[in-house]
Design a protein around this ligand. Structure first.
Ligand SMILES: NC(=O)c1ccc[n+]([C@@H]2O[C@H](COP(=O)([O-])OP(=O)(O)OC[C@H]3O[C@@H](n4cnc5c(N)ncnc54)[C@H](O)[C@@H]3O)[C@@H](O)[C@H]2O)c1
Length: 368
């Protein structure tokens, strides 16, 4: 890691400039704390798209970038199967890492990653980007302030598509055959956000899980999970983007923020027939969080109303995320999200798959 000063921006290198890497790069331009100085990707076309436009130094191999640049942070934005080996290369070079979700494809690999970073004394951050969405943060504050009473139920779903032939699951470089896999709005690639977020916004640990998820290389099925929280509440996830939507023509919203759906990344301001929606029900009220559309609604005894939300909508949450990590590096304070959060999410994901294999609910130990 380079010598850090309090006024200079931290130097960031991006590894992987695909769909999400491009969004990170754009979002980081608004940061007062970090500056992207270099990008590495094995695809020359991915690099060429940015080289002439930005003047960034480009590398076809991340090891060359780590050797040539004085980086403070490397963002690992490669497919999931490469997170651990690429992040470990960064740790060997003494460079702090922000790793995209899922932290790894197995909890054993997550544990190995965390142990090696700790042994080398290099900071490792987990990119739980939903924690930095303004609506999710505002909802968390309302829930923790008791505005909806005791949380009893949470739910989120993505059931959509244009039939099986139009659904393209991630290939083996993202999710190796035999491991959790599937499509972009499925359990491992998208639900991993919700597994983390449902616990984070309520402050309630997940203590059991039941469900089933797709296996990479095998035919796609409907994926579902029921999560049990320490207070008795349940969380329900339901995914299938190889079927058809039931949305009606008059339903939807203009999304204030950029969104992701079964067609990929959609810029802010676009019409969203099915804007992403997290629903939280309590004893005194309920919240509907349109996390990307940047709208938050509260329903209670006073009726339904929209709650004002501070902050810039997606994709600025990637800027907020890297700024949070940069601030924690500069001050040596613990980060808002840690690699342990990433490990926890993968452990719960594995419990869901194990419940399917064994046909019974899996208990999850509470880690403090
Ligand atoms: N936080 C979010 O909201 C969010 C959204 C989308 C994707 N993601 C995550 O980001 C990661 C990347 O997803 P994506 O959709 O951008 O994938 P992608 O396939 O679009 O892009 C991956 C990029 O990595 C490059 N790459 C592959 N191997 C490499 C290597 N060894 N060194 C350098 N570059 C390499 C590829 O050439 C490609 O450009 C995944 O872990 C995914 O789950 C997160």
């Amino acid at each position: 890691m380079s010598e850090m000063s309090t006024d200079a921006k931290l130097r960031v290198g991006l590894i992987g400039l695909g769909a999400v890497g491009q969004v990170h790069l754009e979002a980081y331009r608004a940061s007062a704390l970090v500056e992207v100085v270099a990008i590495a990707d094995v695809s020359q076309s991915a690099l060429d798209a940015y080289k002439s436009e930005t003047g960034l130094r480009t590398y076809s191999n991340h090891l060359q970038m780590l050797e040539s640049e004085q980086l403070d942070i490397a963002c690992v934005l490669t497919p999931a199967s490469l997170h651990v080996p690429v992040a470990l290369d960064c740790a060997q070079a003494g460079v702090a890492v922000l790793c995209e979700k899922p932290l790894s494809i197995s909890s054993a690999e997550c544990e190995r990653l965390i142990a090696e970073f700790a042994a080398l004394g290099v900071p490792l951050f987990y990119g739980s980007s939903y924690r930095f969405l303004p609506t999710v943060r505002a909802a968390r504050k309302l829930i923790l302030d008791g505005s909806i009473g005791d949380v009893v139920l949470m739910r989120e779903q993505a059931v959509t598509g244009r039939g099986p032939d139009a659904c393209h699951p991630y290939g083996p470089i993202h999710y190796p055959p035999g491991f959790p896999g599937g499509s972009g709005m499925g359990l491992v690639d998208h639900g991993i956000h919700l597994i983390d977020i449902m616990a984070w916004i309520t402050g309630l640990p997940i203590i059991w899980a039941y469900g089933r998820g797709n296996i990479s290389g095998e035919p796609l099925r409907t994926e579902y999970a029921t999560l049990g929280f320490a207070n008795g509440a349940t969380g329900h996830l339901l995914y299938n983007e190889s079927t058809w939507s039931t949305v009606l023509p008059h339903e939807g919203a203009f999304s204030a923020g950029a969104d992701w759906n079964h067609e990929g990344h959609i810029p802010g301001g676009s019409w969203q027939a099915e804007p992403g929606s997290i629903m939280v029900h309590g004893t005194k009220g309920a919240l509907r969080i349109h996390h990307y559309a940047n709208a938050l609604f509260l329903n209670n005894a006073d009726g339904v109303r929209e709650v004002a939300v501070e902050g810039v909508p997606a994709p600025d949450h990637f800027r907020a995320q890297i700024d949070s990590f940069a601030a924690s590096l500069a001050t040596s304070k613990p980060p808002e999200t840690s690699a342990t959060d990433g490990l926890r999410a993968v452990q719960i994901l594995e419990a869901i798959y194990e419940s399917d294999r064994l046909g019974q609910t899996q208990n999850i130990p509470i880690v403090r």
